[in-house]
Design a protein around this ligand. Sequence first.
Ligand code: IFM
Length: 477
Amino acid sequence: MTTIEPRPAVAAPLRFPAGFRWGTATAAYQIEGAARADGRTPSIWDTFSRTPGKVLNGDTGDTAADHYHRMREDVALLKELGVGDYRFSVAWPRVQPTGRGPANQRGLDFYRRLVDELLDAGIRPVVTLYHWDLPQELETGSDGDSAVGGGWPHRDTAERFADYTGYVAAALGDRVATWTTLNEPWCAAFLGYAAGVHAPGRTEPAAALRAAHHLNLAHGRATQALRAVLPASAEISLTLNLHALRPASRSEADREAVRRLDAVGNRIFLDPVFHGRLPADLVRDTAALTDWSFVLDGDLETIATAVDSLGINYYAPTVVAAGTRTAPPPSPSPWPGAAAHAEFRPPAGPRTAMGWPVDADGLYELLTRLRGELPHVPLLVTENGAAYHDYADPEGHVHDPERIAYLHGHLGAVARAIADGAAVRGYFLWSLLDNFEWAYGYSKRFGIVHVDFASQRRTLKDSARWYAGVVARNGLA
Ligand code: IFM
């Protein structure tokens, strides 16, 4: 009798929809360096990173990956990868050094050169206007008095941002089709002003809530400023690091903890931007901190100025249980109104070098949540990727199989979400280059291109070659 061996299941190659946008992402302070070149003045990140104890090893973005001087080489790398899109951010302190007054032409010229180089290479520029580098003078005032500046908790900062946006739009609007106002305002507001682990390092929860509102307002005012000068075909967007929150159990208490975090982590941005309202439960949860009287008539209408798409940055999910603490949390929390009611439960399983769990289902959960809540809003995954302890071997190769596995899993999750009806139009891998990872300095490598920071030599990691294959075949093998 012949026995028939079961054949191993072969997964069908996975294709993305025609026209799917493949890109990589970076941010100005993380890669540019040239901190004092051509009229640039310090941002809050220059000040923060130069403050002892704030960034690991005392690293700063002074040189970073020296992209300011190696821009052509980096665009050539993008071309080699074959990506059709490149997401980068403009440094406000390069373009408008003190955050007010006239534009600095030399700063604008750099971005004009970058955009031209990209277009010549057949790559679509995707511009982010704010990736956390607030001009220092808007934080402290020209005389060092924070009452004059005040940063994002101060309403005028939103107006300053609209002015700055006007300069960038006037300079690049004829050749940039996709615009993102803000990157991850949750981090800017709550890591910067509540937890104090990001610039400007303040630990004032009430000020952080004001900052979140003024970031929303800045987004709305910038959207209006862009609409005023850009052609109707321009795509205007906002990028949020939405939190994929999961209750640790089905208990009512754990689900209530998730509700609180969802209010101050997600709906604080989604509700004003897409529905022109503040979440009522957020206002209740934070009543001991603020009466929200800084939300003025007309603000919510401005914030809800229509956008064309929503960018999502996703790295890992968050598992939440009801808080059991009787004492205040040991360190300042980025979750005003929720911190005392929630505890984080690290999920089991593999982790990246950041200590973040590898869990692609969280991305699927977010994308399908948005399909349900914002069915008419096209989505872009504007960041996704992982840090690992990469190094160049003696032959000069950088093998990063864990990153490839991470990316493979997360692209699978995107494909599943699309198959289930989520309107995902593109994916931007974070990041093109190893770079300055904020409070972790250069100790964490997110790039698919390795950077030897001593020589500034770039080396494609295995993941870069793998991603080039994904882009070329518009799918996973
Ligand atoms: O490096 C950051 C990026 O600047 C914003 N999103 C998360 C990335 C990884 O931490």
